[in-house]
Design a protein around this ligand. Sequence first.
Ligand SMILES: [Zn+2]
Length: 308
Amino acid sequence: MTTLLISDPLFLDHAMPEGHPERPDRLRAIDKVLKLPAFDGLKREKAAPGDLSLAELAHPAAHVREISRLAPEDGHAYIDGDTSLNPGSMPAAAAALASMRRCVEAVMNREANNAFLAARPPGHHAEHETAMGFCFFNTVAVGARLAQQQGAKRVAIVDFDVHHGNGTQDIFWRDKDVLFVSSHEMPLYPGTGEHGERGEHNNILNMPLRAGDGGAAFAEAYRGHAFPAIRNFAPDIILISAGFDAHIRDPLGNLELEAKDYGWITEELMELAEKHCGGRIVSTLEGGYDLQGLAGGVASHVHKLMGA
Ligand SMILES: [Zn+2]
């Protein structure tokens, strides 16, 4: 079993103003825990050289140019009240996209069984034409298109971040070859993700949870709805929008998951992947704002990906 891990100090250069929860220390906490001996078996790589043109797989070229144009030479340039660029943002975003390409290639070519991309900025709130919610370009959506270019016809995306992956839903709303499954707290930012939002081909599955829900409600949603939908869809690869802000310690959400719940969901998704798509999984970091909760969740997730 080989798990590819991509992490890079370059992803620390993107920073929003002091005090913002989506901060470089998140990756430092992840790097620290993944240095423990339990993770010695990871196949570790630095970021692939940045390639912003990959953003055009999920966003109009004019929109990608517009975001690049906003990037400042110093200080911060705001896209919305809580989403801003600094001089390190575009290099980090471009490297995240190129590293997603590397992860998808490695998993499709069988160089690795699965992969975890520990990159910032996150991506799942980035809609086709709108950057928002700490996200500029939708990394997991670009990953789905890259997987299709590499021969995966059907792609399932599973998003267990506490926030709804509105961007991913928007991008694949009309796409029968992409199944998007999201569990998230409602009501919560960004406000979308009702069960009735199903996509044009019934290819979107939203599983809203309520504040205070924990591992049992989470498992019930996946066992009762997500796993049957994924089995029925029979994907050629599973991508994961891995946010860890549904953790009980997280300051931005009110769900009550624990590290072991991230281990459980990972194991279940690996079993589904084994059955339908040769075990192929690429997981990419989204949210997770309590450093201890984040590090514990990532450790459980990656440890399971390694087959432990
Ligand atoms: Zn989130």
